[in-house]
Design a protein around this ligand. Structure first.
Ligand SMILES: *[C@@H]1O[C@H](CO)[C@@H](O)[C@H](O)[C@H]1NC(C)=O
Ligand SMILES: *[C@@H]1O[C@H](CO)[C@@H](O)[C@H](O)[C@H]1NC(C)=O
Ligand SMILES: *[C@@H]1O[C@H](CO)[C@@H](O)[C@H](O)[C@H]1NC(C)=O
Ligand SMILES: *[C@@H]1O[C@H](CO)[C@@H](O)[C@H](O)[C@H]1NC(C)=O
Ligand SMILES: *[C@@H]1O[C@H](CO)[C@@H](O)[C@H](O)[C@H]1NC(C)=O
Ligand SMILES: *[C@@H]1O[C@H](CO)[C@@H](O)[C@H](O)[C@H]1NC(C)=O
Length: 293
């Protein structure tokens, strides 16, 4: 029983600490990202390692030993892109800046610090989950409009699947692209024939979907996801708000007035023409009458 209690206590402690360690940050393509790592405890810094436990290949994001960093131990994709935020590492600041974030950089980052008094093993200080920050937009439209739901990825991004979903629907697919083609059979019935990609393709990483002839029931949240061979990303979150168009709407009276004016004017012209026509006819008739007399 006592062992069980201890196990529980230990688990709680570990869970608590692991939670404290883990951090999630989001970035957009091209951003410079700060990966935080702070440990103000005492002792001389001997080694600093930033690693990617989710990558199979051997290497480091950043590697520092004794008094310098070693680019040759870094993954090639991080060469020249990672530097210490504070080159002095004052007050135990082991944070690094990752320049020019790309989708390829998403994943888990861990910071290990070894000091002259921590024994032989460096200690883990921070765990960071780095993700893509989705573009967010609010769009308002009138029923009957064609609406573009924007979603973009950098050119040459590997894409296996694109899905546009409305999470509140079942099935949730607004649009699905997979194995090189769209799949209308998976779409929610209300979006069949109404949702399509720009020019039927996704050139230049434009994954925007055009939603035709929207109705009030299209009001909702739309998400654009892409799947790569190893991971997936949420690229856009769009809130669409569709209003009723036409005469039911407040302010529609004005259109009504214009319509009425036009109708009245056309009517007046028709009556005038008819009257003129009738008058000419009458004069002709009168003439023939006079001639007959
Ligand atoms: C991401 O990685 C893929 C495959 O490794 C590569 O083809 C692509 O060019 C990379 N993209 C960027 C922006 O670095
Ligand atoms: C670690 O380095 C600090 C600063 O130089 C020194 O004061 C301390 O004695 C060292 N500790 C060990 C265990 O070597
Ligand atoms: C969208 O609208 C909500 C409120 O309806 C607002 O909080 C949010 O900031 C807006 N987002 C954008 C990107 O304009
Ligand atoms: C992407 O396609 C949409 C729909 O045709 C268009 O409105 C938008 O301007 C395009 N975006 C870019 C960056 O080309
Ligand atoms: C647009 O949708 C409305 C209502 O769903 C429908 O009555 C109308 O025929 C549609 N128009 C077109 C051009 O598809
Ligand atoms: C997408 O990736 C996240 C991790 O980034 C994962 O938790 C989720 O299950 C993935 N979704 C699918 C449908 O694979």
């Amino acid at each position: 029983m006592a062992t069980l209690k201890w196990t529980l206590f230990l688990c709680l402690l570990i869970c608590f600490f692991t939670n404290g360690l883990t951090e999630e940050i989001q970035a957009k393509s091209g951003d410079d990202v700060i990966l935080n790592c702070r440990d103000p405890s005492n002792g001389n810094i001997l080694v600093l390692r930033w690693i990617r436990p989710d990558l199979k290949a051997k290497g480091y994001v950043y590697f520092f030993r004794e008094s310098r960093s070693y680019e040759q131990y870094q993954y090639p994709s991080f060469h020249g892109r990672v530097k210490l935020r504070d080159p002095q590492m004052k007050d135990g600041d082991f944070s690094v800046i990752l320049n020019h974030f790309s989708i390829n950089d998403t994943g888990t980052y861990e910071c290990y610090v070894g000091r002259n008094n921590t024994g032989s093993d460096p200690e883990i200080i921070n765990i960071i989950h780095l993700k893509v920050k989705a573009d967010q937009e609010n769009i308002t439209a009138k029923s009957g409009d064609h609406v573009t739901l924007p979603c973009h990825v950098p050119q040459n991004t590997q894409i296996l699947v694109v899905e546009w979903i409305r999470p509140d629907l079942e099935p949730e697919y607004v649009f699905l692209y997979k194995n090189g083609q769209s799949h209308p059979d998976h779409q929610h019935p209300s979006f069949k024939t109404r949702a399509e990609l720009k020019d039927g393709g996704m050139k230049d990483g434009n994954l925007s979907v055009i939603l035709k002839n929207v109705t009030i029931t299209d009001t909702g949240t739309y998400e654009c996801h892409i799947y790569q061979s190893q991971r997936n990303h949420t690229m856009s979150i769009i809130n669409l708000d569709v209003h009723q168009s036409g005469h039911d709407e407040h302010g529609g009276d004005k259109d009504g007035d214009v319509g009425l004016t036009v109708t009245v004017m056309v009517g007046v012209i028709v009556v005038m023409f008819a009257a003129g026509f009738g008058f000419v006819k009458y004069r002709k008739w009168k003439k023939t009458q006079n001639a007959q007399l």
